[in-house]
Design a protein around this ligand. Sequence first.
Ligand code: PAF
Length: 280
Amino acid sequence: MIVFKYIHDISHYLHSLQQQGKKTGFVPTMGALHQGHISLIESAHTKCDIVISSIFVNPTQFNDPGDFDKYPITIEKDIDMLEKAGCDVLFLPSVKEMYPEGLTDGKQYELGYLELVLDGAYRPGHFQGVCRVVEKLLRIVHPDKMLLGQKDYQQCMVLAKMVETERLKTIIIICPTKREADGLAMSSRNVRLTNAFRTKAPLIYQCLQSIKKEIKPGDISHVKQQAIEKLVAAGFKPDYIEVANAQTLELLHTWDGKTALVALAAVFAGEVRLIDNLVF
Ligand code: PAF
């Protein structure tokens, strides 16, 4: 695996490969890698000739500076995992390399409704920061495909919109969420859970499964409310438990029995904010 720190060098290298007709797949990450990331690398391998990943803890997407400071950094282990998974190229830029213009004067993306609901509402500015860094990365790497995990459902929709409005040529591929044996969605944040919350954390996915099982056409507020009550009783602090139209992310209070749905959760387990979702 070749590691690049500078935009000029990686651009030059990838350009020559792309000139030779090599198809490239890109997996952007913030490091602290787990099997979920590795499954994206493996999937990229089956679809592309060259697999590129990036590790960059993006300061502009953290609405809470404390969360940024506590974000786990495990670079040596990450490099080892990427190498073992067969990643060909790693981009490891500094903040100065990615943001020579500074962190504050970002361009504003028109994300509409997607930015007003769920994590858009609870984490102001978060998706603007995600779009800002991913647009930069895509303009550096120019991948044919970018692979993203379904765990970040809203992020996938936001990035699909950004790619469309910025007229980028990359195709987004959304891959299934990887889970621990007990159902907890894999996340870089899981290592920060206390033992007590780690033991209880599978309840989040269980609540999403109960929503899927119990939802009936008509009013759906009670299934959401039951999930919130179960989580609160177990000591979690939910930001939201919602059911939305899986295509548009419009939040629903009633269901017609036909529309494809996604149930979404964002829950504080102590100081650690976990998200998960289930499409049905
Ligand atoms: O999902 C993430 O890890 C980040 O939001 C991303 C897409 C790498 C952008 O910083």
